[in-house]
Design a binder for this molecule. Sequence first.
Ligand code: 3PG
Length: 211
Amino acid sequence: MAVNLTSLQVMQDAPVIPVIVLNDVAHAVPMARALLAGGIRMLEITLRTPQALACMEAIANEVEGAVVGAGTVRSPADAAAAVKAGARFAVSPGFTPAVGQACKDLGLPLLPGVASGSEIMMAQEEGYTQLKFFPAMQAGGPAMLKAWSGPFFDVKFCPTGGVTQANAADFLSLPNVACVGGSWLVPADAMAQGDWKRIETLARQASQLPR
Ligand code: 3PG
């Protein structure tokens, strides 16, 4: 794996980028190892809990082969903190030019979130053509992506939000979808119970999705 990733490499590594919420640093390393064992190594740790940065750091330092990313990046400060904690890519729920510029300055590949044509155009103006479609199911699902494939023929998407093992193939079969994102690989109850085998199985099923 190259030292400096591109956002396309992040999207193309596996069919699914897991969206991970960690409340306990002790869960970070075994959870990451389970995902890796199941064939998923691009790991989006969301900046939604006080433990998120420490979890990123633990995975980056201790889990060989894992590529730590930061999710829920909403400000330049989030991006800077994520890089300091070992993040090698970022995902944001929306897009602002300030977050886009901060990630460029940090050399951090970013998948900015969009949900409308105007947002896609704004992200493209800042040089971003690999985008997260969020929230995918709520904002139009596969039909929306089909409609965008005409005017935005040069954009690749990672739909996230309401995507599951059952509907992922509806997205992955579209030519403008490079991968999907979702939290289903890392259920909160499996994490709380330390059921790493279940997480490994979910990751394996996800990594085998056709695209
Ligand atoms: C995200 O945080 O990107 C989404 O909320 C993940 O959505 P999901 O929980 O429906 O997979």
